[in-house]
Design a protein around this ligand. Sequence first.
Ligand code: BTN
Length: 250
Amino acid sequence: MPLNIEFIRLRCGRNEIHYFQSVGSTMTEAQWLAETGAPHGTVVLADEQTAGIGRLGRSWISDAEAGIYCSVLLDLALQAEDIPIASLLVGLATAEAIEKSTQLACDLRWPNDVLIQERKTAGILTQLLDSRIVAGIGINVNQTSFPPNLRTPATSLRIESNGRVQAREEIVIRLLEAIDTFSHVLASGGTGAILRAFTAASRYAIHRRVVVEENGCNGTTAGLDRHGFLLLRTDDGHVQRIASGGIRPA
Ligand code: BTN
């Protein structure tokens, strides 16, 4: 069934919501809206993406009516060096929305994977447009299977809840609420409040043996620096700042 977009609009009166039954990528539409002066909180939602974009030039599988494909325009007043905080903020919001709607416990893997039982159930992509941020959120909701050769093992909320079909509208509504809540946390508590929340919510942030995907470097995570980059204590005792790419369990 397509999203009940009128129900979502009714519940999310503060967001200007643009809906597509099928679109190339919600990111492209949101960028265009940003360029034409759309306000903070503008949302692009689609039931299907034919060219969904993932991080690091990868694609994002976006089967019709199975997942949530959403981009949100954010004016967070972050300094340029603190832009990684935006991605952490949206990750926190996504995990909260999933947990509140499904009661499934989520983990966050820096910079922006949302995991359930070590499998990826949502991903976040942030793009900077002048001083504005376009945050793309993809959540695997009602998929029943995934291709076997994915780089990161994937799961869906349906798979993790023993086959229970999940209402995508409920999750979208909670996601937009949670983005709003964490944007206020940032505005009132500063970047430190988001860094603390992420560190508390992520079992990957500290004392976790990982491999850096980009260079194969092994080490133990040592928290986040003040701009939201991951710190890694390598096996020779040096602390390295991981600025891009991702990590996986060692
Ligand atoms: C990742 O690689 O983990 C990030 C995936 C982000 C996917 C979402 S789906 C909605 C938005 N539109 C896109 O084309 N990509 C993002």
